[in-house]
Design a protein around this ligand. Structure first.
Ligand code: ADP
Length: 365
């Protein structure tokens, strides 16, 4: 076996919980031959030891052979980033496990909706989570969280996040009263946004989710450069114009060496339940797609508003993990407009479960 043959074989090993293989994830850092031993050096950013054990097992069984012993060594992950949000003499600082940006190439694709519900789902799953709305031009948190309250400032002049159901929240809208400073130009917006990022005292968090301003221009590039991001998630709708911008987003994050954690496709389809009272011999076909009708006359139709599978195929083309589809949902829209995130509602719903699943995937990364 030579290195190339090993790499070819390893392309069949998926990172646990994902459709993507470990070679395209860039996890194989070196392959060392020594007599009858082959040692693989792996870089895995996850701190989940179960995942790591599973990965080692999968690699060993993939490469098992009579000639060589296979060893797998996982290199130490980079140290947790500490975001110093205060001067140390005053003995206050924020210790943040992972900072994850939620981005989109276009406005209106549901970036803030996904960022908010992902953060809420992480919080509901017991992770200490913060959500920072960095969209200075169009802050959304005051509306989507139904909060109309000014944050307090501590003795070190750091802004203290507001809280809802244990989720820590901060938005420029809380301090500016939603007065968008539209006259600010790009460099000033980037500077103010970065400053705002530094001015919030978060305390200890497992996850800080950043709702980045939409687009992939200078402001977003500067922010991605200046803020110590652990990774980025791109939200898109499955239509060609939005999908083309996923590429721009991917390019931007590559430029600043920020790992792309995946693509979330929003408004993928609309789930329609119906019933036909006399179901005998009825054939239902919509957009050339036959809909099967159950014996009791009920049926469910997934109506694809844009392009079926567009997000998945674009993420495969760009070799970015696909994190899932969120359907168009009136309940989700209503929850956003009424300031009460659907993930925080007591009742179970398909859409709430989808966000809980998304959060689970994010914690496994
Ligand atoms: P962005 O942050 O990309 O500009 P928003 O998250 O603000 O987009 O969403 C824009 C609008 O679309 C909001 O009114 C929101 O309620 C609605 N919306 C977002 N995702 C969905 C969805 N999956 N189903 C229904 N409405 C949605």
């Amino acid at each position: 076996m030579d290195k190339n043959q090993i790499l070819e074989k390893l392309k069949t090993v998926k990172y646990p919980g994902f459709n993507r293989d470990i070679v395209s994830f860039g996890m194989i850092k070196d392959i060392v031959f020594d007599h009858k031993n082959i040692t693989l050096l792996l870089s895995v950013s996850s701190s989940n030891s179960e995942k790591k054990d599973q990965l080692v097992q999968d690699i060993k069984s993939c490469l098992a052979n009579d000639e060589y012993d296979i060893m797998v060594k996982i290199l130490d992950s980079p140290p947790r980033k500490t975001v110093d949000t205060s001067n140390k003499e005053a003995n206050v600082e924020g210790n943040i496990g992972k900072i994850i940006a939620v981005a989109s190439g276009k406005g209106g694709v549901g970036k803030s909706t996904v960022a908010l519900n992902l953060a809420a789902a992480l919080s509901v799953s017991g992770k200490k989570t913060g959500l920072l709305d960095l969209d200075i031009y169009g802050p959304s948190l005051p509306i989507t969280m139904g909060i109309n309250q000014n944050p307090e400032v501590n003795e070190e002049k750091k802004i203290l996040p507001l809280e809802k159901n244990n989720l820590k929240l901060m938005s420029f809208g809380f301090v500016s009263g939603n007065e968008a400073p539209v006259v600010w130009r790009g460099p000033l917006v980037a500077k103010m946004t970065e400053q705002f990022f530094r001015d919030v005292y978060w305390g200890d968090l497992d996850y800080l989710i950043l709702d980045l301003p939409p687009g992939t221009g200078d402001v977003q590039l500067t922010l991605s450069q200046k803020i110590p991001l652990d990774g980025a998630i791109i939200v898109t709708t499955p239509n060609d114009i939005a999908l083309a911008d996923v590429r721009k987003g991917a390019d931007m994050f590559k430029k600043v060496d920020t790992p792309l954690l995946g693509v979330v496709e929003n408004m993928s389809y609309m789930s329609i339940d119906g019933n036909i009272s006399n179901a005998n011999d009825v054939t239902l076909s919509i957009n050339n797609e036959n809909i099967s009708i159950n014996d009791d006359g009920s049926f469910n139709l997934r109506f694809h508003l844009f392009k079926k599978g567009g997000g998945l195929s674009e993420s495969q083309r760009l070799e970015i993990p696909f994190l899932g589809e969120i359907p168009y949902s009136n309940d989700l829209m209503r929850s956003i407009d009424s300031g009460n995130p659907i993930v925080f509602e007591d009742t179970e719903s398909e859409i709430k479960n989808l966000f809980i699943e998304l959060a689970k995937k994010v914690t496994l990364l």
